[in-house]
Design a protein around this ligand. Structure first.
Ligand code: F1P
Length: 376
């Protein structure tokens, strides 16, 4: 089935518009470079703790790794719920933390409560990052990273993930000696747009498959993306999917591999040789293997069923922005192959808000639908 005929609806449009949104965000952030650089200087002795929920937690994982790679500052990534349940494990008394609170909506209850606990309970300064600069999260942050962002109609997060990630990397690139990386970052939107267009048929072909189980493998700054890719596959196509550190997969989880397993490896420059050996080993177990990798070194390997070669030589700092849209499209097209409309995801709402007892308040926050809008 030619799935590329399903290029309609707001989820698809919001996946495809990401490069232009990144351009506008960078243009806006470039006007605040002195302020951003000042934050780094003022808080360079602190441990930068990145937090959020769901997609925004996985964003925190990749954001923390990219931020530490370019600044050398110490970082951690934790789900907001950990701050609510074990704050003493997050705000250690021997450290001077700063909390980076991440939320597309800026209204997720756990994230707002985590911000409040950090500030009032532990005196921790908070940098808030949201796609809505009028949101409670943006208002309550001591510092706030904002950029123009046309609100997403999709319940599932797509461009909000990559644009907030871009904001975090842009902030980190205000550190000393990163000007060349800032110049390289400016090239990413055009290259990403071209690669997304060129990859549509290939991704759609991989997505056109009978019921499968999906495994996403990655290391370092790509792990958050692999977790997000796994979540997208669940949210959009209602499929079983998991994510592991690439080399962790051999230590037990590979027991699930069968001829119905699609393993997608987000290949890094840093771990390339070791990660490819994992892919080769899984092929021997009967899995189908897809690899997203950098063009820096062309990849011809018999154990790769589907190779996607990211153009340019952007390296591990910027390849996440090339990889993520293709991973979003994989989930999107697989949903369409199953007759599922990603614009109406099953059981989900665009924002998770909790009542005083911690129970889910059922709201259709942003055209969200918590009904079973799609069959199993
Ligand atoms: C966080 C989140 C999303 C998820 C769903 C419910 O939203 O968990 O990651 O996909 O939309 O909300 P936010 O805090 O980033 O607004």
């Amino acid at each position: 089935m030619d799935l590329t005929r399903f290029q309609d609806g707001h989820t698809f449009a919001e996946i495809m518009r990401q490069p232009e949104i990144w351009r506008a965000a960078m243009a806006a952030l470039s006007g605040n470079r002195a302020e951003l650089a000042g934050w780094l200087k003022a808080h360079q002795e602190r441990v930068w703790i990145f937090t959020g929920c769901g997609t925004s937690y996985y964003l925190a994982q990749s954001g923390a790794a990219l931020f530490e790679l370019v600044t050398g500052l110490r970082t951690r990534a934790v789900p907001a719920s950990e701050i609510l349940t074990y704050p003493q494990l997050v705000f250690n008394r021997h450290e001077r933390p700063l909390l980076v609170a991440i939320s597309r909506s800026g209204t997720t209850t756990e994230t707002l409560r985590a911000l409040s606990k950090a500030r009032s309970g532990f005196g921790v300064p908070v940098l808030s990052i949201s796609c809505d600069d009028a949101s409670p999260l943006s208002r309550e942050g001591d510092l706030r990273l904002t950029f123009p962002f046309p609100a997403e109609h999709s319940v599932v997060m797509t461009g909000s993930f990559t644009t907030m990630l871009l904001g975090i990397l842009y902030l980190g690139l205000q550190a000393e000696g990163q000007q060349h990386h800032l110049e390289q970052l400016a090239e990413v939107p055009a290259v990403a747009a071209a690669w997304m267009a060129a990859s549509q048929a290939g991704i759609a072909a991989v997505a056109d498959r009978p019921a499968s189980d999906f495994v996403f493998l990655a290391q370092g700054p790509y792990l958050g993306l692999a977790n997000e890719a796994s979540l997208k596959m669940k949210e959009m196509s209602i499929s079983p999917s998991v994510c592991y550190h690439a080399l962790e997969f051999r230590h037990g989880p590979m027991s699930v591999v069968s001829d119905k397993t699609l393993i997608t490896l987000l290949l890094s420059d840093a771990g390339r040789a070791l990660e490819l050996r994992v892919a080769a080993d899984m092929k021997k177990l009967g899995a189908e293997v897809a690899v997203l990798h950098a063009a820096a070194a062309a990849l011809e390997a018999p154990f790769i069923d589907h190779g996607f070669t990211a153009p340019g030589s952007f390296g591990d700092l910027f390849n996440p922005f090339l990889y993520m849209p293709l991973l979003q499209l994989l989930g999107y097209y697989h949903a369409r192959s199953k007759g599922i409309d990603p614009d109406r995801p099953r059981n989900l709402t665009a924002v998770v808000t909790l009542d005083e007892s911690g129970g889910l308040t059922l709201t259709d926050a942003v055209n969200g639908h918590h009904s079973s809008g799609n069959g199993w």
